[in-house]
Design a binder for this molecule. Structure first.
Ligand code: MOS
Length: 711
């Protein structure tokens, strides 16, 4: 283990916030005392196993369940002919639900890996055995899973965000001394949380109880209540520990199927998805095909920024990977055009995945910036600094704090950028060509209304209750520190309880806004509690509880360009005779608000950067055009960075408190991945002189590029 680096934060640290603490549940996690949704024991528990479609489009003609029902331990076989009905005509927190919630409601099959049956048995092994024996017959129809920017059915989705234009792009390009016009692509990528999705459902005295692994228990409870037409007060969802989520852990089929089976059997039922099932059931990041056009004056001042991004969605639901939006808060330019296009295919609906839009969008735009630096003869950092905007380049709105240049300055100093020879392909160490690269990062700063309750207990301790989700981020610990500071007590006098929808509505762990949104609610509740305590008097045995709701504060936030920023640096070694790329070191310097807990924050940022490395070199889900399904949908077929791939990665930050947040928080969940793949691709160019515009930079691509260059 490397020791946590000291930070450059100069915020006066008066208490717990800003100092490093290990996780409050850390001991439980490393000793196994912390239980996850798939392993909590329940009396009378039955087990459901999902059966998935093997065709990409068509109808189920029969589910031949008779033989399977006679198998040992089998209790029920649910499918579209036998399952309870749900009402999917509702609006969730994120809009209309993905029609995957209509599981078992009809006989149509919209993609390979659609759930067609659930076998429930006394044991998980019996359920699996019977599920694998279940014969399902289909009437197959022709399918289309071929993603390309040239697909004739691409369209621009409705909504303000998908097309923005300022100025005359073509005229500015024509007037530019230097132009970059290139295409970039990224593949289908998967969340790959360590913990697969799992849920237990049971009815208890008229209440539905669900024990789940999710990013927001009131969110899941609300949707389950709507789907099953239940009084919201009669649904309780808990999610105590979560082994990674990254955007995939909202309402998915495992909770719905567990509720259906528990209802039919009137006993507790758990549904655990397998690693392979996650590939079709829990969302993913769409592949992208992007075109970036940049035009600049001789001195590198941008006249034109054009970004077109294509992604795919399913035939049943629209989700858009908004890659073209990445550049809007980045660089000043006379003309600024961005558009997201999408095409509907016979595939599962993609979803939010860590830095949706920004992760692939930054690969394209930050690679193109590096190409422009090459053409203008400017240092890549100087080029970015030259185009630093005074106001939002497209919106014209004022910025909140913006410290992108400070990130580059601090990063360049620590990485040793000043000595860099900009010419590519010159540094060799044995069989390795060595190069360095940089790229910028950004992510929006958001907040979501939340409620919290804080209790002053009679024994002098304090209990915080909030429906936060700790998906591995350290949120529980961060909230403990925030509450302790607000209360001005030692953090061991504060107990934070999370992950229970009975605690009331709160933000999801998503959009990098969890800790900011929850911290705000906790701070507000503490403020009011302290006013009450200041009146004096004894604390009764049940304690004194105060509740907060931040809706009015969050809705009153002024319109502003509110973002986190960062500068990514990478050094790579490339063996062009084997095609191997090794990342030697990475450094990320971020301006991401006040950092609550440097220890876990650093883990978050390093985790994001590691994923950026993985995105650059390894990750790629491959779809077979003939069957419409994945090839190798498991961790043998889907590669990601493992220990030996990950070098010394350092993450740190500059002082950047958010003036509108009571604690100064911006959010750090997603920005670590943004720009990281571009920094690596730019370093590969610097090492070899070859641009890689398609991810991942696989050995065969390095070999092909070297062959093409030498031919
Ligand atoms: Mo995140 S992609 O908002 O979980």
């Amino acid at each position: 283990m490397t020791t946590p680096t000291t930070t450059t934060t100069s915020t006066a640290v008066t208490g717990a916030v800003g100092a490093s603490y290990t996780r409050v549940e850390g001991r439980d996690k490393v000793t196994g005392a912390a239980r996850y949704a798939g392993e909590i024991p329940f009396a009378e528990l039955a087990h459901g196993w999902v059966v998935l479609s093997t065709i990409a489009r068509g109808r189920i003609s029969s589910v031949e369940s008779d033989a399977v029902r006679e198998m040992p331990g089998v209790l029920a076989v649910l499918h579209h002919g036998t399952a309870p009905r749900v009402d999917s005509d509702y609006i969730s927190m994120l809009g209309p639900p993905d029609p995957i919630v209509e599981v078992f409601q009809h006989d149509r099959v919209p993609f390979v890996g659609w759930p067609v049956a659930l076998v429930v048995a006394e044991t998980s092994e019996q359920a699996r055995e019977a599920a694998e024996a279940l014969v399902v017959k289909y009437e197959a129809e022709p399918h289309d899973v071929a993603f390309s920017a040239a697909h004739p059915d691409t369209y621009i989705p409705d909504g303000d965000n998908h097309q923005m234009a300022k100025g005359d792009l073509d005229a500015e390009l024509a007037a530019s001394a230097h132009v970059v016009d290139e295409e970039y692509s990224t593949p289908e990528e998967h969340h790959s949380s360590m913990e697969p999705h799992a849920a237990m459902a049971r009815w208890d005295a008229g209440r539905l109880e669900v024990v789940d692994s999710n990013q927001g228990s009131t969110w899941v409870a609300d949707e389950l209540a709507k789907l099953f037409s239940l009084d919201p007060a009669s649904v309780r969802v808990r999610s105590e520990h979560v082994g990674g989520a990254f955007g995939s852990k909202g309402v998915r089929v495992h909770q719905i199927l567990a509720v259906m089976a528990a209802t039919v059997l009137d006993r507790p039922v758990r549904v655990v998805l397998t690693r392979r099932q996650l590939f079709s059931l829990t969302g993913y990041r769409s592949p992208t095909a992007q075109r970036v056009r940049l035009g600049a004056d001789a001195d590198g001042r941008l006249r034109a920024v054009g970004h077109q991004a294509h992604s795919l969605t399913s035939k049943v639901h629209e989700f858009v990977e908004g890659s073209a939006g990445f550049g809007r808060p980045m660089y000043a330019s006379d003309a600024h055009h961005s558009v997201n296009r999408v095409v509907r295919l016979d595939v599962p609906t993609p979803t939010f995945m860590r830095a949706p839009g920004e992760a692939p969008g930054s690969f394209a735009l930050e690679s193109a910036l590096d190409e422009l630096a090459e053409r203008t003869g400017l240092d890549p950092i100087a080029l970015r600094a030259r185009n630093e905007p005074d106001v939002g380049p497209v919106s014209g709105l004022p910025f909140g704090s913006r410290n992108l240049v400070a990130c580059f300055e601090e990063g360049a100093r620590r990485f040793g950028w000043a000595d860099r020879d900009p010419r590519p392909g010159l540094r060799r160490e044995g069989r390795w060509l060595i190069g360095t690269g940089t790229a910028a990062a950004t992510f929006p700063v958001l907040a979501m209304p939340s409620t919290a309750a804080v209790t002053a207990e009679a024994d002098g301790t304090f209990t915080v209750r909030i429906t936060a989700a700790d998906v591995g981020t350290g949120a529980r610990t961060a909230l403990t520190l925030i509450a302790a500071d607000a209360l001005e007590v030692a953090q061991d006098r504060v107990h934070v309880r999370i992950g229970d929808s009975d605690f009331g509505p709160a933000a999801i762990s998503g959009g990098s806004m969890g800790t900011r949104s929850w911290g705000w609610a906790v701070t507000a509740a503490v403020r009011e509690l302290r006013e009450q305590l200041a009146l004096g008097g004894d604390i009764p045995p049940q304690g004194i509880t105060v509740r907060s709701d931040t809706s009015e504060y969050v809705f009153a936030l002024a319109q502003k360009e509110r973002h986190s920023y960062g500068a990514q640096f990478a050094e790579v070694a490339v063996d062009v005779t084997t095609g191997e790329v090794r990342v030697r070191r990475m450094l990320g310097i971020f301006a991401a608000g006040r950092i609550v807990n440097p220890l876990t924050a650093r883990s978050q940022l390093v985790g994001g950067m590691t994923w950026g490395l993985s995105m650059a070199l390894h990750e790629e889900a491959v779809r077979d055009q003939a069957t419409g399904g994945h090839v190798g949908a498991d961790f043998a077929g889907y590669h990601f960075a493992a220990n030996a791939d990950v070098p010394h990665i350092e993450a740190d930050w500059v002082d950047d408190p958010d003036a509108d947040d009571p604690v100064g928080i911006k959010g750090i969940g997603e920005i670590g991945i943004v720009g990281a793949a571009a920094a690596i691709a730019n370093a590969v160019w610097h090492a070899t002189g070859v641009r890689h515009r398609s991810l991942p930079i696989r050995p065969d691509r390095v070999l092909d590029a070297a062959g093409a260059r030498d031919a």
